[in-house]
Design a protein around this ligand. Sequence first.
Ligand code: NAD
Length: 357
Amino acid sequence: MQQSVFDQMQQMGHEQLVFCHDPHSGLNAIIGIHNTTLGPALGGTRLWNYNTHEEAIVDVLRLSRGMSYKAAISGLNLGGGKAVIIGDAGKIKSEALWRRYGKFVNSLNGKYYTAEDVNTSARDMEFISMETKFVTGVPEYMGGSGDPSPFTAYGVFIGMKAAAKKAWGSDNLSGKKVLVQGVGHVGQYLTGHITKDGAKVYISDISDAKLKEAKEKFPNVEIVDNNKVLDLDIDIYAPCALGASVNTESIKKMKCPVIAGAANNQLADENVHGPMLIEKGILYVPDFLINAGGLINVGAELDGYNRERVMNNVEKIYDRTMEIFHLCETEKIHAQAAAMKIAEKRMRDIANVKARL
Ligand code: NAD
C-alpha cells in the first residue's frame, strides 16, 4: 500500500507542503519546505511534465530534503526547500503563470525563496520577482546573480577533480574519459571545464537539439546513444540530467570507477545504492555536496552578493569532498551516509545554538 503524504513527510522530516492551483493560468505547483533550522528554505522551481501527481509529490519531497543537506554541508545559513510545477515546459509557460506562482511564494512571507531549476530560467524568475521579493537567481541587469548553472558546473568540476585525486593520485583530468549525461545548462558548462582540462568527453541526452548545441560549442566531444551509455568504458560518469540514474540495474552494468555529476538525487535509494557502490568499488561524490555551487551563488544574494566570496566557497567543495572520503574510510560508511552525517550534525548543533540565549 502506498504511504500517505503525511507519512512520507514524517519519514523524511518535512515541515510543510503547499499546494498551489490557479485554473486561469493553468498553474499546478507544489512547494516543499523540509527544514528551516538553519534559515529560510531556498531551492529552485522545477517545471516537469510528471505522469502522476504522486510522482510530483515524491519529487518535491526528495528534492527539498536534498536542499537542507546541501545548505548544511556547504556552511550556508539556509533551510531546505524546493518547488515543482506540473506541466509541459513547451506549452504552459506564461507571464501570468509565473506571476501567479510568485504570489503563492509571496504568501509564505519569506519562509521559502525560489530560484531556477530544470526548465526554469532567469527570465522566468524576473516575472516571479514582479510579485515577490522572495526570489533569487534573477537576471544580473535587475541586481540579481543570474543563472546559477555556471557556478554549479564549476563546483562539479572541482568535486570531480577531488575524486580524481582520490582515485588516481592526481586531480588533472587530462586523458580521462568522462561521460556527461544531460547537456543542458549545467552539463554544457561542465563540458567546457573538463574539455579544457584535457579530458576526453562523451555526451548523451534525450534532446537532439541539446546534443547539437553542445557539439557546436565543443567540437571534440563524442555523442553517444543515451540508451547505451552504460556499455561505455569510461573513467568518470557525470549524471547531469534528472535523478535516480544510479540504481540497481545501472550499477550492475557500470564500468566507471568514479561518479561525479550535477543531478539531484542521483541515487534511487541511498540506503540500497550507497552500499552497492562501495561493493562495486565505485567512488561516489554525494550529489548535494558536489552540486552546491548554484545554491551558494543564489544564497549569496540574501547577504549582499559578493562574487569573490561565492567562488571561494564553491572551491571549498574540493576539501569537503576529501573530508567525506576520509569519513567513509574511518567510519566504514558509504559516501552519501557520510555527507548526511556531517550535514545532520551541523543542523543539530545550530538548532542547539538557536535554542539558547
Ligand atoms: P537542464 O534542464 O538545463 O538540463 C537537463 C538536460 O538533461 C536537458 O538537456 C534534458 O534534455 C536532459 N535530460 C533529461 N532527461 C534525460 C535523460 N533521461 N537522459 C539524458 N538526458 C536527459 O537542467 P540543469 O539546470 O542543467 O540541471 C541538470 C541537473 O542538475 C538537474 O538534476 C538539476 O536538478 C541539477 N542541478 C542543477 C543546478 C543548476 O544550477 N542549474 C543546481 C544543482 C543541481
